[in-house]
Design a protein around this ligand. Structure first.
Ligand code: BGC
Length: 765
């Protein structure tokens, strides 16, 4: 049951959200769950198909442009639309439309175990013709460029002609909303058709992005048993290709049309796109639809074997857990050009940009469930390292790498620097993910080839931006932490603690790599011109790093001035004023103790050994009172930390908010795309929260707890090449190695255990 998401609603507001919920993707292509038959203005819609990282470059308009403000930004483009299929019945050519006639039955189902989406409608036309219409979709995990729609029609009470018009449309544009800073304000039309071609029952459209010059193309063709192509039109003015098929319908007899759409683009497909698309078509011609569905199913089966989380005792949560994991899998980029945008490939919110969301909220999920995908995410960051180094120079630093706050192809895309570029912590966040990767995999080859350089270049940034105060402390001034309701502050606890970790591990990793294979690592040292004094400076700065502490309250202040500000007047703030960012000028928010999201509390999760128990506890209580969770990146952190401080009920409450955020549209903007960081946060709240997972230098730690609402829960973890399964029940935690292999040491409730394949471990609570 909880492998399927089902919906029956025809309500307009539900439908735009459902377009996001039912999107299909494979990390390369993303197709929103739009209706094939299209409704024009009759039903609100955001029609979209995206290719990860496929973008245009647009100018950023400024009233006052200051030094080193980015001139332009990248924007993910909506590409050729191949979703449209119209069905016409009988002589009168009655158009199938769910807003006319009578919908006798309607369901759409996302099959998360099989990787397909099915929409089934039993419809009665205004003239009384009854027909069953089924659209089954697949965006292939096995054949990266393929989006398939398989349509079946069953006339229920008539035997007359049926005409189907299928369209490949190049005349597309992006969605804009000038009133919401979380979506694009303008520049809707950036992709222009260059070639249309209709030959041999195939349609081909190639388009070019206005400024970036990137090109994308789609090749569309159909397979059908008995239908006849009666017309193929290349409509140059309307920029589309229109295919018309016809059948002699017979009552009770199923008609089948399979529409295959192959997407290619010049980021990945270097030679001619036309030839490329046809080459892929030739390959796919040897594969039947059934085989495509079967290979998709097989891919998903393997994924779930390694990633599934089961919870007994709560069906709605079980559904949400799988739903969130499934969409992460559909959104994660699988090549060096792409990453996971804030909305995945499900919508246009945040213009397809990649943020720190990846490293802190999504990377950990892949690291523990599909490490090869996690590695790919690290490679993407490495591929934009040169941009980050150039940006550091541009920002006045003599050295180091400053990663962009938001980007697609590597340059800074944020025009509002107080909550953008100033979030220097992103560089330490990326470094943190490299370190976690090392702890979880022990992959020294990777650290030699990529990791060390990234750790060194980010460490160099901290040396440059920080300074030693008179009291000998190393301070970092004028940055913004994760909480975007507080900006440009000195010594943000989160940033300083993460920078300290970055500096320490740059040094540590160098020592490990030297020891492992000094000759091999020497090449990296030479290339980076690494000097001994530099290493020393990393250690000295880390050691002297200032981590603000407030004696009186026993907490880490968020920064040097946070606690001096007045507390926001929460009692007088009307409900409809949330999220505050849509109702108050940023300066108003900056003047108060009010947090959009977890900041110090998040630092205490990521680096728990930096603070003592009492400080972690006190900080949780303190910041909880001033945090609005206006950002969807917040409640999962509070869930994890509530579990950490032993408040299981609270952890459960925050977890519920997190898990069903998109399914229940609780932030009101699911139509613009899913909240991918929160989806990662759901898995994290479960595994890092309730099961107490931590990945540290000294190994894998668990400290499991079971919320009283559940009977038990279980999950999988990849660790140092082994697959571990853990089941938490009311009495104990059962841990076993799923596959035969080397024994693993792990720490459960602070005691060390050795796990072998033939002996499962049972640790009582
Ligand atoms: C959050 C950021 C996040 C961004 C993209 C903002 O609302 O405050 O932390 O990176 O959304 O998800």
């Amino acid at each position: 049951m909880s492998w399927k998401i089902k919906r029956h609603s025809m309500k307009e507001t539900d439908l735009t959200n459902e377009e996001s919920l039912f999107f299909l993707g494979n990390g390369y292509i993303g197709v929103r769950g739009n209706f094939e038959e299209t409704y024009g203005e009759a039903i609100g819609t955001i029609r979209g198909t995206y290719l990860n990282a496929f973008h245009d470059v647009i100018d950023i308009p400024y009233g006052e442009k200051l030094f080193a403000f980015p001139d332009n930004q990248q924007k993910m483009l909506n590409v050729m639309d191949s979703q449209t299929i119209h069905v016409y019945l009988g002589e009168e050519k009655e158009h199938f439309s769910m807003t006319e006639g009578e919908v006798l039955d309607y369901t759409r189902t996302l099959h998360m175990d099989e990787g397909r989406m099915v929409r089934e409608i039993h419809w009665k036309s205004p003239l009384g013709r009854e027909i069953k219409v089924q659209f089954e979709r697949l965006v292939s995990f096995v054949h990266r460029e393929l989006f398939l729609i398989n349509m079946t029609l069953t006339p229920m009470n008539f035997s007359e002609s049926i005409t189907v018009v299928s369209v490949l449309n190049g005349d597309v544009e992006n969605y804009v909303n000038p009133d919401d800073p979380r979506v694009a304000a303008g520049e809707a039309k950036r992709l222009h058709v260059e070639t249309l071609d209709a030959t041999d029952e195939c349609g081909f459209v190639r388009s070019r992005a206005e400024n970036s010059g990137l090109e994308a193309a789609s090749l569309t063709y159909h397979n059908t048993q008995e239908g006849k192509l009666i017309d193929l039109q290349q409509e140059d003015v309307l920029k589309r290709i229109v295919f018309t098929y016809q059948w002699q319908g017979e009552e009770g007899k199923v008609i089948d049309l399979s529409k295959r759409n192959i997407y290619v683009d010049t980021l990945r497909h270097k030679e001619d796109l036309f030839q490329n698309a046809y080459r892929l078509k030739d390959q796919l011609d040897t594969v039947e639809d059934e085989q495509l569905f079967a290979s998709q199913h097989k891919y998903l089966t393997r994924f779930w074997q390694h990633a599934d989380v089961e919870v007994e005792g709560d069906e709605a949560l079980q559904e949400a857990l799988r739903f969130n994991l499934y969409h992460l899998l559909q959104s994660v980029g699988r090549d060096k050009h792409s990453n996971i945008s804030a909305k995945g490939l499900s919508g246009e919110g945040y213009e397809g940009h990649y943020f720190w969301d990846t490293e802190i909220y999504m990377f950990p999920v892949f690291l523990m469930t599909a490490p090869e995908l996690a590695k790919q995410l690290l490679i993407y960051r490495y591929s934009i390292l040169e941009h980050a180094k150039a940006r550091a120079i541009e920002m006045g630093h003599g050295q180091g790498a400053l990663f962009p706050w938001r980007t697609i192809s590597g340059s800074e895309c944020s025009s509002y620097f107080p909550a953008g570029t100033a979030q220097y912590h992103i560089s330490a966040d990326i470094a943190y993910s490299y370190i976690q990767y090392y702890h979880a995999t022990g992959d020294l080859q990777f650290m030699n080839d990529y990791g060390a350089e990234l750790l060194i270049e980010t460490a160099r940034l901290w040396i440059d931006i920080g300074h030693f105060r008179e009291d000998g402390k190393f301070a970092i001034d004028d940055v913004t932490g994760p909480d975007e309701y507080t900006a440009i502050v000195n010594n943000n606890y989160y940033t300083n603690a993460m920078a300290k970790h970055n500096l320490n591990w740059a040094n540590e990793m160098i020592q490990i790599l030297r020891q492992e294979d000094s000759a091999r690592f020497q090449q990296v040292e030479d290339r980076l011109n690494l000097r001994e004094e530099e290493l020393e400076s990393f250690c000295i700065a880390a050691e002297a790093m200032f981590l603000p502490y407030d004696q009186e309250r026993g907490i880490n202040p968020q920064d040097d001035t946070f606690l001096n500000k007045a507390v926001w007047n929460f009692e007088q703030t009307p409900k409809e004023h949330y999220p505050l960012l849509l109702n108050y000028h940023p300066l108003t928010l900056y003047r108060y103790q009010v947090c959009k999201q977890a900041d110090t509390v998040l630092a205490h999760f990521l680096l728990e050994d930096e603070a003592d128990e009492a400080t972690i506890r006190n900080s949780f209580d303190y910041y909880e009172r001033v945090t609005t969770h206006d950002s969807s990146l917040s409640s999962c952190v509070f869930s994890m930390m509530a579990a950490r401080v032993g408040e299981l009920d609270k952890a459960y409450h925050y977890f519920q908010e997190t898990a069903r955020l998109d399914l229940d549209n609780t932030h009101g903007n699911t139509k613009d795309g899913l909240h991918l960081a929160n989806m990662g946060g759901t898995w994290m709240a479960m595994v890092f929260g309730f099961a107490g997972l931590r990945i540290k230098a000294d190994g894998l730690h668990l400290s499991p707890q079971l919320p009283e609402q559940w009977e038990r829960f279980s999950f999988h973890l990849h660790y140092k090449g082994q697959l571990i399964e853990a089941t938490v029940t009311k009495d104990d935690c059962l841990i076993r190695l799923v596959e035969e292999g080397e024994p693993v040491s792990l720490v459960v409730n602070e005691e060390v255990y050795h796990l072998t394949y033939d002996q499962e471990l049972r640790v009582p609570h």
